[in-house]
Design a protein around this ligand. Structure first.
Ligand SMILES: Cc1cc2nc3c(=O)[nH]c(=O)nc-3n(C[C@H](O)[C@H](O)[C@H](O)COP(=O)(O)OP(=O)(O)OC[C@H]3O[C@@H](n4cnc5c(N)ncnc54)[C@H](O)[C@@H]3O)c2cc1C
Length: 462
């Protein structure tokens, strides 16, 4: 039971805000509220069911897990109602499927491509150490020219909609499978392949309702404290008051903001010029998430496929109907969920994206021409911000902005709140919310959030 009387205001009912709410309820804390702009909870991890009875996530959401607390929470929310899946990830290139990770399964590619990849890798291994300034340098140094040109650079441009030269390499960690030369040679010479990698070799998925099922469950438990359709219009850090669009004010002792950090700076009053300037160093990309429901069985056990080549718009397609039989209206139907990024570096017109995605699904063999007549539904969702880009300017900006916010009693956390892709998954986000509560009420150190760039610039700005 919390004895603190502190007032806590939370902006946003995505996984981070709900994680904080869950912890507050668990501690028996009473004075708290979540203000959510939308008419539903879940944020980017919500799910939608359309009139045709197909259920969509905002892009393929695989449940990673790094935390016991999160595991227990998910277990409680899902009960026995989940599917358990083996990861089956593929790459489509040179008109064929090769297992992921690409670099450990080169043997299936054209001999010239295999040669360029292996030759580049050997050259990279022999090269003298050199400074790594950005993601492009890191790719060249670790993988060599062949793998860089054939996969890493084109694929990452499609994901991030940002040139690799403008990105840092601090975010990589477990997000990119790095290279194991022996595994490459075993594959190329002995034809042995590695068919799984990473933190999500097996994963669970809610039986019904998509990923959003988890957050709907949290909503039901926390309902009394959640205000939907309540966008925050301004934050006054001097008076410690949040004002919503309808003019209602919410005083706070501690404020957790999970809205995008750039938006928080825009709505906060009396922000020093150095903070506004630092926010210019934060860059993002958006997405077009297109779902296509087809009235025929999937005919594949694949879970998702990466598309590095530029001839199709999407960078990833998920066989969402393989995650649970309840993702489609009827048994033996298929639901393909595609993700296409967009930014100023890579414009993708919304009015043609559904058509271009269907053409791409046909050109890559995921659909046939005859399937056009079997399409029962399509779905488009285009979040303006879906990836907080780890730009070369990011960490200096965060190092300026975050300490100033904390001085105002504001924690900006979560995928776009912390602006840290490397801790931007659902488990990280939920746990950032939990850790915020323990930090604000009990002074426990935050274990998930990473104070990037602090001390690099602007410390002590008022
Ligand atoms: C394409 C894509 C694929 C992904 N794949 C995976 C995956 O495979 N596995 C995984 O674990 N995670 C994945 N994620 C990440 C996952 O969606 C995030 O971890 C999670 O949604 C972040 O939660 P959050 O609460 O920090 O932010 P959000 O989900 O963005 O929630 C923020 C909330 O704040 C609200 N808000 C914004 N402005 C205001 C305002 N002014 N006033 C009030 N409320 C406001 C928003 O409406 C929203 O509900 C993926 C994300 C994307 C976009």
């Amino acid at each position: 039971m919390s004895t603190s009387k502190d007032r806590i205001v939370i902006i946003g009912a995505g996984p981070t805000g709900l994680g904080a709410g869950w912890r507050l309820q668990e501690l028996g804390h009473e004075d708290w509220v979540i203000l959510e702009a939308s008419d539903r909870v879940g944020g980017l991890a919500t799910s939608f069911t359309d009139d045709a009875g197909f259920t969509y996530d905002i892009g393929g959401h695989v449940m990673f897990s790094h935390y016991d607390y999160y595991d227990r929470l998910v277990e409680k929310l899902m009960g026995p109602d989940y599917t358990e899946l083996d990861r089956e990830a593929w790459v489509w290139m040179e008109d064929r499927f090769i297992p992921y990770p690409f670099q450990n399964n080169l043997a299936d590619l054209e001999p010239q491509t295999v040669f360029e990849c292996v030759n580049g890798l050997i050259a990279a291994q022999k090269a003298a150490a050199r400074p790594v300034e950005n993601f492009r340098d890191w790719v060249d140094t670790v993988f060599g020219e062949g793998i860089a040109e054939h996969f890493m650079l084109p694929y990452n441009f499609k994901v991030w909609a940002t040139p690799a030269e403008l990105m840092n390499h601090v975010w990589i960690g477990e997000r990119v499978s790095v290279v194991d030369v022996e595994a490459v040679l075993r594959n190329v010479i002995l034809r042995q392949g590695e068919r799984s990698w990473g933190p999500n070799n097996t994963f669970r998925y809610p039986l019904r309702g998509g990923t959003g099922f988890l957050y709907d469950g949290m909503h039901a438990a926390l309902e009394d404290h959640i205000r939907l359709d309540t966008p925050v219009a301004s934050v006054d850090p001097v008076a410690k008051v949040v004002r919503t669009a309808d003019g209602t004010t919410y005083p706070y002792d501690h404020l957790l903001s999970t809205m995008p950090l750039t938006s928080l700076i825009e709505v906060t009053e009396s922000v020093p010029a150095a903070i506004t300037e630092a926010a210019q160093g934060l860059h993002w990309s958006g997405s077009h998430i297109v779902g296509v429901g087809i009235d025929r069985p999937a005919g594949s056990t694949k879970n998702w496929i990466y598309f590095p080549e530029p001839d199709v718009p999407f960078y990833r397609v998920t066989y969402l109907s393989n995650y649970s039989p309840y993702m489609t209206a009827k048994p033996d139907q298929t639901l393909l969920l595609t993700e296409t990024s967009q930014s100023g570096h890579k414009p993708e017109p919304a009015d043609t994206i559904v058509e271009r995605v269907i053409d791409g699904l046909i050109s890559t063999g995921l659909m046939t021409e005859d399937d056009r007549d079997k399409i029962v539904t399509t779905w488009l969702c285009s979040p303006e911000k879906s990836y907080p880009v780890p730009s070369t300017t990011r960490d200096a900006s965060l190092g300026t902005i975050q300490p100033w916010l904390r001085e105002q009693g504001i924690w900006s956390r979560g995928r776009d709140g912390a602006w840290l892709y490397e801790i931007g998954n659902m488990d990280h986000s939920t746990m950032q919310g939990v850790a915020f509560v323990d930090n604000a009420l009990a002074g426990d150190p935050e274990t998930v959030w990473i104070p990037r760039g602090e001390g690099q610039a602007g410390e002590g700005i008022r």
